[in-house]
Design a protein around this ligand. Structure first.
Ligand code: HEM
Length: 64
């Protein structure tokens, strides 16, 4: 849909221009995210998802 070749590029594109991809009933606001920030966010999201969704908050709480 974004015309990007990889999932990572597509996510970064969405984060930079959410209003161009109104795929949900409610839209994500345009946060003025730069390309560098979008790439960093995608890397962060990938990193977090590699731990598994449920486990992450507990782990963070214990270490905090
Ligand atoms: C590619 C991953 C993402 C997708 C597909 C996505 C999608 C969406 C959608 C559909 C909404 C509207 C939800 C609603 O109001 O019902 C939303 C809201 C929002 N998103 Fe995202 N989002 C993503 C990642 C992010 C990231 C990484 C951030 C932070 C940097 C973010 C910040 C926000 C904010 C601030 C709102 C508004 C919440 C509110 O109105 O209370 N999103 N997003």
């Amino acid at each position: 849909m974004t015309g990007k070749n990889t999932k990572e590029e597509a996510m970064a594109e969405f984060l930079m221009h959410p209003s161009k991809y109104p795929t949900h009933e409610r839209m994500m606001p345009d946060l003025g995210i730069t390309e560098k920030e979008a790439k960093a966010l995608v890397a962060f999201l990938k990193h977090m998802s590699s731990y598994g969704y449920k486990w992450v908050p507990m782990k963070l709480l214990k270490n905090g």
